[in-house]
Design a protein around this ligand. Structure first.
Ligand SMILES: C[S@@+](CC[C@H](N)C(=O)[O-])C[C@H]1O[C@@H](n2cnc3c(N)ncnc32)[C@H](O)[C@@H]1O
Length: 293
């Protein structure tokens, strides 16, 4: 197996905000390649317990490699199912939680999954390929207005309707099967080409499809509203990192409930210019931290 290429974002800031000490029980709800977790584990030893969750079995394999020899339990699950996961470990409450949303650079680099623009393989985009339908199947079967709604709501794509019409209009003979096919539809309809300046013109529809096939925002909203307040012990801390404005809005809104949360980050923490230079993925990262009252 290859080694992970993912660099954890806002690493020092995460460790700082989590305020770790030996003996704590910590959940990393999106363990990914274990970049954050491998720095958390030593800080809660001896006596601490780290539980890492991910929906993607490939990422759990990376995490197992990185966390070998540390006191960590890895579970294939969504963070939205955290109550059940804790129960299976004989736990009901935790001291700290980290969720680092979105996509790992390892998933982006996997050409078979269709997360990246250049991928020639099938446009799948599911974190867990054992459930739900792939992005290609959605584009092959959904009505145009449903596709347009996804592009508009989850991608904030101004050309949602013409893009959806173009996909539906040609799918009988020329369906979108790969990420490269989707990029060429976007370039044709928007009459643009990637000029390597700023983000790629297809970024918004890729984001929208990924959010849709993984039901990402439903999972996040349910978790923040009903799961996290139950499982985080009073005085416990939660750190959430988002990568786009729709996610950040959901987190900000949930943490506004002052009966439940003390907000430690009135303004979100963002990456320094040095981190952005070293890891361009950190450019849009926003970190929010709360304490359970
Ligand atoms: C940005 S990466 C995390 C990287 C990790 N913090 C590190 O430093 O290596 C996000 C991870 O969250 C996972 N993921 C996305 N949605 C999830 C969910 N609802 N539950 C659990 N994991 C999820 C993805 O599969 C991916 O591995």
């Amino acid at each position: 197996m290859s080694t992970s290429v993912h660099l954890p974002v806002l690493l020092h800031e995460v460790l700082d905000q989590l305020d770790l000490r030996p003996g704590l029980t910590v959940v990393d709800g999106t363990v990914g390649a274990g970049g954050h977790s491998s720095k958390i584990a030593p800080k809660i030893a001896p006596g601490g317990q780290l539980i890492g969750l991910d929906r993607d079995p490939m990422m759990l394999a990376f995490a197992a490699q990185k966390l070998a020899g540390q006191n960590a339990t890895l579970v294939h699950s969504s963070y939205a199912e955290l109550t059940e996961v804790l129960k299976s470990q004989g736990l009901t409450q935790i001291d700290r939680l980290l969720v680092d949303l979105g996509l790992s650079s390892d998933q982006l680099a996997d050409r078979e999954r269709g997360f990246g623009f250049a991928a020639g393989g099938p446009l799948d985009m599911r974190f867990d390929t054992r459930s739900g339908i792939s992005a290609a199947e959605f584009l092959r079967t959904a009505p145009a207005d449903e596709i347009a709604r996804v592009f508009r709501e989850w991608g904030e794509e101004p050309a949602a309707e013409p893009l959806a019409q173009a996909i539906v209009g040609s799918r009988k003979f020329n369906p979108v099967e790969s990420a490269a096919d989707l990029v060429s539809v976007v370039e044709r309809v928007l009459r643009v080409r990637d000029n390597n300046q700023g983000s790629h013109p297809a970024t918004r529809v890729f984001q929208a499809l990924r959010i849709h096939v993984n039901r990402e925002l439903d999972q996040l909203t349910r978790f923040l509203d009903t799961v996290l307040p139950q499982v985080l012990r009073p005085g416990g801390r939660a750190v959430v990192i988002t990568f786009h404005s729709i996610e950040d809005r959901i987190v900000k809104q949930a943490f506004r409930d002052s009966a439940v949360w003390e907000n430690l980050t009135k303004k979100p923490i963002v990456a320094t210019p040095t981190e952005i230079r070293l890891n361009p993925r950190s450019r849009t990262a926003k970190l929010r931290c709360v304490v359970r009252k």
